[in-house]
Ligand binder design. Sequence first.
Ligand SMILES: NC(=O)c1ccc[n+]([C@@H]2O[C@H](COP(=O)([O-])OP(=O)(O)OC[C@H]3O[C@@H](n4cnc5c(N)ncnc54)[C@H](O)[C@@H]3O)[C@@H](O)[C@H]2O)c1
Ligand SMILES: [Fe+2]
Length: 578
Amino acid sequence: MPPIITFIGWHDSGKTTLAAQVVRLLKKRGYSVAVIKSTKDTGLLPNQEGTDTGAYTQAGADAVTLIAPDLLVMTADRPEKNLPALARRFFADMDLVIGEGFKGADKVDKIEVFRGQGMRLAEQVSGVIAAATDQKSFDRPPADSLVFPLNQPKKIADFLEKEYIRIPSAHSRTVHLITTRQGRLMKNMQSFTVTQPTRIQFGAGTVQDLGTTVKDFNGTKVLLVVDPGLVKAGLLERLTAPLEQEGIPFTVYDEIDPEPGLKLADKGCAIAQEAGCDCVVGAGGGSAMDVAKAIAILLTNGGKAVNYLGLGLIKKPGVPKIMVPTSAGTGAEVTFTAVFINEATGSKGGMNGDPLYPDAAILDPELTLTLPAKVTAYTGIDALTHALEAYTSTQAHVISEMYSLEAIDLIARNLPAACANGGNLAARSAMLMGSLLGGKALATAGVGLVHAMAYPMGGMFGVPHGLANAVLLPYVVQYNLPGNYEKFALLAEVLGQNTEGLSRRDAASLCVEALYDLNADIGIPATLKDLDIPFDKIPEMAEIALTVTRPVENNPRQPSLADVIAVYERAYRHEVEV
Ligand SMILES: NC(=O)c1ccc[n+]([C@@H]2O[C@H](COP(=O)([O-])OP(=O)(O)OC[C@H]3O[C@@H](n4cnc5c(N)ncnc54)[C@H](O)[C@@H]3O)[C@@H](O)[C@H]2O)c1
Ligand SMILES: [Fe+2]
């Protein structure tokens, strides 16, 4: 008989999905795998069983059979006892048999899949579990258990391959694998306030609703702040048509430079006042959206843009502001920040405050299809940096961490594809969602040292925001690792690295490798030297970076001036230790 592994768990615990994923992986590795699943009835099969059987068939199982539990008593030492002849035939020459939901499998090696723990679970599953293991309560996994996160079939497949399939007598061993959802216990006790008032509409074609959205917020005359890149790409009409359709007059302001200066906001405000606009739509990358956001608050608060640089200086809500991002990067459509270069000082700085939260964001991935590959790469890493820095921020909390992890997963999986083929709508959609979630994470948990160090690169040398972040990211993460090995180790996994069997510290350092490889895959230069930044300006840049206080305070490792200089220097010389 081949080794038999049984997944036992209560209804809807995810065991079928997990087992099917394990089957798929083992099949890919060239093994033959049969699945035996118990049914609830001896007679007609309920739909559930039919669907589950399909999952195994699709996963490539060599044989799938359904057996009513009452007919089956199977143990490791006498696996064929009472086993129906039909099933026995399926099993004979398999490398592994995966069972699901057996009753009475008291000596069978098993994977127990739980969702939740404690007495409620024990009660729910007692019929199955108590018979299977003689244990009445599952408050704790048995001492010899190996714990696998429920979402990691690869780990289970690797384990089975190593410990079972290649060891002929393995099926006589008793090993309890208990898969639980790790990290479900609320470990992060950070207190927080979340204000995220922006109405979000997402989906291909949603820009058609721009006109009705303006009306929803009582706008009657619109200042349309658009990115010139959008105009060049022939997309202006996608924004004006829905306004015309609703009979809403508008004035177009399209003089936005990348890395905008404060005077663009002042000028836009004057244009809006002259035209009598009571609503601002910002469509484009972060530059156009930030200008639009600032104009909306200048219209009601008065004064000049420079008066509002800082935190909490904006007293009144702005006129309604609606954002339509066309790059997947800044997440500015859901943040309370607008970033500008102060022409008087040459430095970059933000206006920050709740009145800057846009009223509505329309995210239409079709509008991002024309974004050039380079800009896709820069802005995409900007979004990744938001999510990553928010995740490891000292301000991170349970909600921001959820946004961060989802964003990082989406971006790491889809950014190379979006750069390789700009017309890939699925990858573009994933990127736009990733940047939105990154924006949500940063709006409540903040960013860190990468952003602080990128600011002087934009302010002094005009390096685009995303590009500056991208080049710095692996080097800063390397510096930050000791600040939170545990989180960086998990990030390495989310970034697609195989961390199995590694210490937390070694796993964490794979983050650096993953980020460096991602940059290389999408054509980001490796060093500050490649960006023509003069080496002798590093000390000055480091001093400016440390004045960007909030991101520095959020950083998981508190840097000295010498530290920041050293990180810039490593980024200049391409010193990545992995
Ligand atoms: N407000 C925030 O929360 C926040 C957060 C991060 C960054 N920022 C700021 O945002 C700015 C950067 O924004 P960005 O990275 O989106 O770059 P960007 O707005 O400067 O746009 C980059 C380039 O892409 C072009 N472009 C945009 N969409 C296009 C499309 N669909 N087709 C063709 N071309 C297109 C633009 O014309 C521009 O040339 C910086 O000033 C940065 O400081 C703001
Ligand atoms: Fe950013």
